[in-house]
Structure formats: C-alpha cells, structure tokens
Design a protein around this ligand. Structure first.
Ligand code: BGC
Length: 791
C-alpha cells in the first residue's frame, strides 16, 4: 500500500486551513502542555504583531557560524544579519564567549530583541562523552539514556546551547548505514522506550527549569530505511510499515513532549521528507498534535532542488507549506520567501504559524528572560560525571561469547591466576576512536584508554603491541586528516608498516598467558553520517592481525570497539571469548576493565542483529512470515525439495550470528514456564480499554554462583491477524538483578498498547486471535505461553 500522490495533493491544499486552525485554537490539547500555555501564546501574539515580514522570516533562518557539518556552508557576516533580526537560530556556535557575542547583538541591537536559539549536535554527551547511542541502547536501560541526556543538557546549557539535535530515533535495520551508531537499533518498542527517556533527560518535563534544553527528534521520517544502507538514499515502503514500525519511536518522543523535530534527507515513497505534507502536517501536526517547530536537516531545503521538485523559490515554498518551519544552513528561506508572501503565493498566515512555533519554544526555554550564559570557557568532566559515564558504559557491554577453553575454562572474567596479558590492537590506546563518532566538544584528552586502565590493574604483567593501524596504508592518512572542524587530526605514523607490527604483536602474544585483542573501526568518517559501508569486517589489516594472533595458539579474548554491528563470523569460529564494547566514551578503559576482571557482570543485550554475512542485510528479528518458512538446518546444501524451495540462502544460514536481545553474563539465569492471569479476553474489552487487561508472569532465577543482572524480555506473535504480523515482536522488558540462587517473579502488563497493530485501513486495531508469548533473555526466548482474544 503506498501513500497516494492524490492524497498528498489534498494535504497540500489543506495545509493553510490546518495551520490557521492550530493558530487560533486556545488551550490546545498537545503533548507538551507548556508550549500550549496561554501565557506563552499571549507573549507570542504580542510579539508577532510587531514583526515585519523580514523579521518573521528571520526567525525561520538558521545559520552555522562555526564549523561545517554538511557539504556546503554559507560564509556570511552574521553580526549584521543578527542585528537586523534576520537570524532566528544558529548552530555550531559553542561556548559562553561565542554564544554571548551573537546574543548580545540580538538582544541589544536588533529592533525587537528576540534571542537567538543556539543548537548543536550533542549526541552522546557534551563535554562529558558517554558511550554512543547504539551502545546506550544495548543497556536496555531507559534510566541510562536519561542520565546521558541530563548530564549533556546541563553542560550544554552552561555553554550557551539551549537546543540539542538529539535523540535520533530512526529505526536502523541495516548496519551498512553508518548512522546506525546514532540510533537505538532495530526495534520500535525498545527505541520508543529509549526515545522517551532521552527526551525526559533533556527537557526534564519543563523547558524553563535550569539545565533544560529543547530536544530535537530526528530524522523525520524513516531515514534509517535508506535503500541499500547508502546514506541520503531514497526510502520506499508501505504506509503500513511506516506506521507499524518506523514512526513509532518518533511518536513516542513527541508524546514525551519533544519540543522540536528535524526533517530527514531522504524521500519517502517519492516525496522528499523536507517537503512531505503527509508526515510533517497530517501525521505530526494533526494526528500527533505536535506543537513545537520543525527544522530542516542541514541544507535539506535547498537540496530539494536536487530532488527535482522545483527551483529555489518553489522548493522553499513547498518545504514551508508542508510544515518545515526553519531552514537549517540553507540560506533559502531568508532569500526567497518574502517576495512570495508579498506576491500572495505564500499566505502570510503560513509564515506566522512557523514563527509562532519557533517563538513558543524560545519563550518556554526562558531565553527572553535569560538569554546569556555566565559559565566560563571549556571545562573537563567532573569526577561525578566521569563516574556516571563509567556506570553507563558498564551497562552497555555485551558479552557475545565466553566458551570454555580446554584445560583453562572460561577466559572471562580474568582472575588472579592470569599471569601475563598481551593487549594487542589499534583500538587499545586510541583515545580519539574510543571517544566515538560525532562529538563536537568531547575531547580525546579526557579518554582513559584500555591500555592505561589495564596497566593500572596489571602493572608490568601487561604487555602491549598496537599490531596494525585501523586502516591500511595511505587511506588512513587521508581519512584521519579530515575532521568536522576542518582541522587535521594527528596520525600515528608509527603503525604504518603493518607487516612489521603484526609480527611484533605475534611475538608479544607468545610471551603472554592470554591475548586481549582490541579491534574496531575508525570512527572518523567511517562511522556516523556519510559513512555507509558494504564490507562489515574489521577495517585495514585487523582481520589479518586477529588471524595471526589466534594462530599462536594462545587463548584470545576479542574486544570489539565499533559503532555498528560488524561481521564477526571468523572471530566467532576461532575466538573463545568476545566482548562487544562499542564506542564507550571517556571511561572506555575503566569500563572494559570492569567487565574483563568481573568487577561488573556484563548485562548488555544487542539492540541490533549481528549478521553472518553482509548479504543478509537488512537483517532483523521481527521479520514477517513467508509461505515457505525455512526450518531445520540451513548450514548445508539442501538434501531434498522440501529443504530447497523455502525462503533461505544457499550459501549461508538465515539467522543472525548474534541475534537481537542477545548478551551473556558471568552467571546463568533459568526461566520457569510463564503464565497469563487470564486465558481468554473478549476483543471489545481490549479495544475499549487502554489499560492493561492481562498480566504475564514468569519466575527468573540466578542459577550461577555470582550476582548478575538479566534483561528479561517478552515477545509476542499474533497468529491470526488480518494483516501479516512479525514472527516475534518485543512488547516488554525489564532489568532484574539477582543474587546467586535468588528468584524473582517478573510481571509484564498486556493491553491494547502491546496487542494492537495497523489494519489495512491504516488504523490501530485488535482482533480475535491467539497470541503466542515468549519470555527469556533474548529474541530466541523459548519459555512460552499464550493468550486468546475471543470474539
Ligand atoms: C545531520 C543532522 C545534524 C545536522 C546538524 C546533518 O548533516 O544529518 O543529524 O543534526 O547535520 O549538524
């Protein structure tokens, strides 16, 4: 089912009506009640009355007056524009000195003294850099996300930034897409829970509170579904899937009160996201009652020309009319809208409504009353914030594998018996890459590397060899010398001759009892935006290094430090212990050491499926069924027609190497058979009642010898729906900490929210059916029960 061109045309015509309606309504029922307050409305209307058309359009203009985070950047003299009231917002201006500079001009020299709203990409912490968002998602702990956002917000506000371009809640089911690092992974339920937490952490449910910043939910919509995992590429999907899967986390964030939304670069079913009335007006404004403002992505209004939907004035008009209120670093609204308003092509009421939305957020943030920041220049993370960064990083670690080694037992956790440890690999002492991609103010100087942390624990029992570079040969120099700030990053030339350094690493491994390999991906331009990859193995000569060290016969522990699921098939076949440590931020070394030495029992679970081969992508657990499901062994050629003519690959298994929800512990947990308190529920009771109607219970016991935390996960399958449903869908999770031998009774509510799906009419529905229900420690959960929904 596709979104019809005709329905989009109708929305376009209706937009004027819609925006005027919204403007006149009082006491609006919106998710963020603060933005709809009468007091703010009164102040906004009083100001709007005094504004010229140029001043109004000025509010819709955002410039980057620092470094560039996109391909083209304006090179204007901003002081004058700000003084004329022709700039409403700026990005990439950081710190008290720089933000106050422009703010003083706006407040003192512009006619109406409207403050500038400074925005910045604060993705996983500001000065205190936490693990990357995909790692935070691996904690399955909304409180961890809230902590990251809270600390970031306080630090941002001190630096004059009142608006963060986060959270990114694009569902990401394809690790070829580099921006998976910024996401919460593949699942709408998990991502929605985290989206709410990020927004709460940034906004504290009150934008006027000290240390609150406005969140910006991005990228609306469905950016993560870019065809073939290539960044900026088109998205083509049914409206059913859009609503059933992709829109959910954005909606959760809007419901949690997110004050702003950013458009996406991609088109959706042929309509570019920045000029899409269906998503920006019909869904966001009308259905979700979003009352904040929408900013384009960087240059995305001007880039509409490349989408071939018109010349400059036309695309600016289309974007504004569709619901994009602010033009980020595009320089188009500022130059082409006024004439179209004067000629009547754009109703002034549309501009007024965009300005209202922007001013509302500025008033709610208290910018008119407190436009400046008094905090001095850049500062380092405090001990308390470092501690928070470590605790969050501890929770993000996913133990993928810990098989016993003959004559040694499990390699992890390391014990006092371990005499000498060889730490090998280019990530072991690489502060820049351990920090993680997409940090504007985070500093490698604040990073405690694995080498530093392990040598603190092991002293001269630690041997070290970098082994190789993250990239091979010249590429490394080229890539590493490009940074967002345009400056040159330092390149460690000493690791350029990989053959020599791999030999040295092998010698080092031979001298030790155990080798820890710290391998990954260079974050600078290989992860994050514009960093799609078709090969998902370790970059450069790292695979060669791994194979060479494994060939020594020494027991190997692999620590993977990367912001996307990598292809770990060879490693899985040859390495007994694998820890996924992501990009952990400033406390990288201590957090990895916490888990390696067992001070922290790993509890992270994968928010993304890890593939066996790139050809499986997009790979995710919640696939819909096929008429010819593959059963049994797929790791060999078919023996008969029943094994051949099924939905399978001939050269690889269907399943993930490490599935969604997967993660081991140093203890083991057992699950009793789950139960539901009601065997059968009338469908009307579920449909009419948005409260839970049943409770699933399960007893979970720690059957090992150390305390541990399990993420208990609940999955359902609707077996008789009118629209084909996923073979499994996450509908509940909770973290449970258990002492050895301890048992806890865990319960999950089920009601309309968990059981509904979108029908062919694109409305949420529940129908008579049976739900299969599984509870366990991953998407492979086997403890099963069921619930019947009767006529
Ligand atoms: C990215 C956004 C980001 C913006 C501002 C764009 O290139 O897609 O996620 O917020 O730049 O830096």
């Amino acid at each position: 089912m596709s979104i019809s061109a005709a329905s989009r045309a109708v929305f376009l015509i209706l937009i004027t009506v819609v925006v005027v309606d919204a403007a006149t309504a009082q006491g609006r029922a919106t998710p963020n009640t603060q933005l709809a307050s009468k007091d703010i409305d009164t102040r906004v209307e009083a100001l709007l009355k005094q504004m010229t058309i140029e001043e109004k359009i000025g509010q819709t203009v955002q410039y980057s007056a620092g470094f560039a985070t996109g391909p083209s950047a304006s090179n204007l003299t901003y002081d004058e524009l700000v003084a004329k009231g022709q700039v409403g917002s700026m990005l990439n201006v950081v710190g008290a000195e720089r933000t106050n500079h422009y703010q003083h001009i706006a407040m003192e020299k512009s006619r109406l003294h409207i403050p500038i709203l400074f925005g910045l990409d604060i993705i996983h912490g500001h000065r205190t850099t936490f693990p990357v968002p995909l790692a935070v998602a691996a904690s399955w702990d909304p409180e961890a996300a809230e902590t990251v956002a809270r600390v970031a917000a306080e630090e941002a506000r001190a630096d004059g930034i009142a608006w963060v371009f986060s959270p990114m809640v694009d569902i990401a089911r394809d690790p070829r897409w580099g921006r998976i690092i910024e996401s919460n992974g593949e699942d709408p339920y998990l991502s929605s829970a985290l989206a709410r937490a990020w927004v709460k952490g940034y906004q504290q449910d009150d934008l006027s509170k000290p240390g609150s910043v406005a969140a910006c939910v991005k990228h609306f919509a469905a950016y993560g579904a870019a065809i073939a995992g290539r960044d900026y590429n088109a998205v083509d999907m049914s409206e059913l899937t859009l609503r059933q899967v992709y829109l959910k986390p954005y909606h959760a964030a809007v419901d949690a009160g997110a004050a702003t939304v950013m458009t996406s670069f991609n088109s959706i079913n042929g309509v570019p996201g920045t000029a899409d009335p269906l998503t920006l007006t019909q869904i966001l404004r009308k259905e979700w009652r979003f009352d904040g403002f929408v900013v384009s992505d960087w240059g995305a209004v001007a880039e509409l020309k490349n989408h071939s939907i018109g010349d400059g004035p036309t695309v600016a008009r289309k974007a504004l009319m569709a619901g994009t209120d602010m033009d980020m670093e595009g320089d188009l609204y500022g130059t082409v809208l006024a004439a179209q308003v004067r000629s009547g092509k754009i109703p002034e009421s549309v501009v007024d409504e965009a300005v209202r939305r922007i001013l509302r957020v500025k008033f709610a943030l208290g910018l008119f009353d407190h436009p400046y920041t008094n905090v001095g220049p850049a500062y380092s993370p405090t001990p308390e914030r470092r501690e928070a960064a470590r605790r969050v990083a501890d929770e993000t670690m996913v133990l993928l594998k810990n098989d016993p080694v003959e004559g040694v037992g499990s390699l992890l956790p390391l014990t006092a018996k371990t005499k000498t440890v060889a730490l090998i690999g280019p990530m072991a002492d690489d502060a820049r890459d351990l920090l993680g991609a997409w940090t504007v103010t985070g500093s490698p100087k604040d990073v405690i590397t694995l080498k530093t942390a392990l040598s603190e624990r092991l002293g001269d029992k630690l041997l070290y060899a970098p082994g190789c570079g993250l990239l091979a040969g010249e590429d490394e120099n080229v890539l590493m010398s490009v940074t967002f700030a345009g400056g040159a990053a330092s390149v460690d030339q000493s690791v350029a001759d990989d053959d020599k350094t791999i030999t040295e690493a092998v010698d080092t491994a031979r001298k030790a009892d155990v080798a820890i390999l710290a391998l990954g991906e260079p974050t600078n331009w290989m992860e994050g935006e514009a960093s799609s990859r078709v090969h998902l193995g370790f970059t450069g000569n790292q695979e060669k290094l791994l194979e060479a060290v494994v060939a020594t016969g020494k027991p190997v522990i692999l620590v993977v430090l990367a912001g996307r699921p990598l292809q770990l098939k060879w490693a899985d076949e040859h390495v007994p212990a694998i820890l996924e440590a992501w990009s952990p931020g400033i406390e990288a070394g201590p957090a990895v050491a916490d888990v390696l030495f067992g001070d922290v029992n790993p509890s992270g679970k994968l928010p993304s499926s890890f593939p066996r081969a790139v050809g499986q992508e997009p790979l995710y657990y919640a696939q819909t069924a096929t008429g010819r499901p593959a059963r049994g062994e797929l790791n060999r050629m078919p023996r008969n027609a029943a094994e051949k003519f099924v939905s399978r690959y001939m050269d690889e298994e269907n399943s993930a190497l490490f599935p969604f929800g997967w993660g081991l512990s140093y203890t083991r947990f057992s699950y009793a058979k789950p139960t539901v308190d009601r065997a059968e529920i009338p469908v009307r009771e579920v449909a009419d009642n948005h409260q839970p109607v049943a409770t699933v219970s399960v007893d979970v016991r720690n059957i090992g010898s150390v305390a541990g935390t399990e993420v208990v996960q609940l999955y359902i399958r609707n077996t008789e729906a009118s629209v084909e449903q996923p073979v499994r869908e996450l509908k509940g999770f909770t973290r449970v900490t258990l002492a050895p031998g301890e048992m806890k009774h865990v319960t999950f509510p089920l009601g309309f929210d968990e059981l509904n799906f979108y029908g062919v009419d694109l409305k949420k529905t529940v129908e008579p059916t049976t739900y299969n229900i599984w509870v366990g420690g991953s998407s492979l959960a086997i403890a099963e029960t069921s619930l019947m929904i009767a006529e």
